[in-house]
Design a binder for this molecule. Structure first.
Ligand code: SAM
Length: 199
């Protein structure tokens, strides 16, 4: 593990790896951190990673030249329409406005392109808050409200300029369907894995 900003960067192979793809396929990682997932899963090509954390991207540049790192937001992707065959996001969509990010992901994915995402189930923020101070509990209350709103009404709101939520299969299924994804499937284990195909 290396520490970068507020995030611990895992440099060993992640437990859940995105699927193998032909070398001609273009891959984008949203919230890529130091690009560790791309470097490990797709070392045979140059892939693309975007993150708001400049320090994490700088760390990534020190250990791989197989990732084209871009500093930016999931909600405003700086790529043209129909550009990627696969978009992945390991535990990063949960920190964004999910509806806006999904619209952007759908826009940059080619028709028939795939989405591979891991999310927060409820126990994750719950485990974090248990050892937290009162500020952590206030933020946890925001996460619960924001998640409930996303589940019930498909909407989210920011708190102090940040988004965070946990997801249910129902809320994700509705959000993905609204955006134009099909073949939606869920797998629950240590991570909450969601896959879908762009129409
Ligand atoms: C828990 S880390 C996961 C990093 C990496 N995907 C991994 O699996 O190790 C979440 C990442 O999402 C990034 N992030 C948060 N909000 C973002 C946004 N709106 N757009 C792009 N990246 C964002 C953070 O900077 C952080 O690097």
């Amino acid at each position: 593990m290396k520490s970068c900003g507020s995030h611990a960067i895992q440099l060993t192979p992640p437990i859940y790896c995105p699927p193998p793809l032909p070398v001609s396929s273009k891959v984008l990682d949203i919230g890529c951190g130091a690009g560790q997932t791309l470097a490990l899963a797709y070392p045979d090509r140059v892939s693309f990673g975007i993150d708001i954390d400049f320090d994490a991207l700088s760390l990534g540049r020190t250990f791989t030249d197989r990732v084209c790192f871009v500093c930016g937001k999931a909600e405003a992707l700086p790529w043209p329409n129909d550009h990627f065959d696969l978009v992945i996001a390991r535990v990063s969509l949960v920190y964004t406005n999910i509806n806006t990010s999904l619209r952007e992901i759908h826009r940059v994915l080619k028709q028939g392109g795939d989405l591979w995402v891991t999310l927060h189930p409820f126990p994750f923020p719950w485990r974090q808050v248990k050892s937290s101070n009162y500020k952590g509990w206030i933020f946890f209350a925001y996460i619960v409200l924001n998640s409930a709103l996303f589940h019930l009404a498909g909407k989210q709101f920011p708190f102090l300029g940040r988004y965070e939520s946990f997801q249910t299969e129902g809320s994700m299924s509705r959000a993905l369907t609204r955006t134009g994804f099909r073949n939606i499937s869920f797998k629950r284990g240590r991570h909450f894995l969601v896959t879908a195909r762009s129409e």
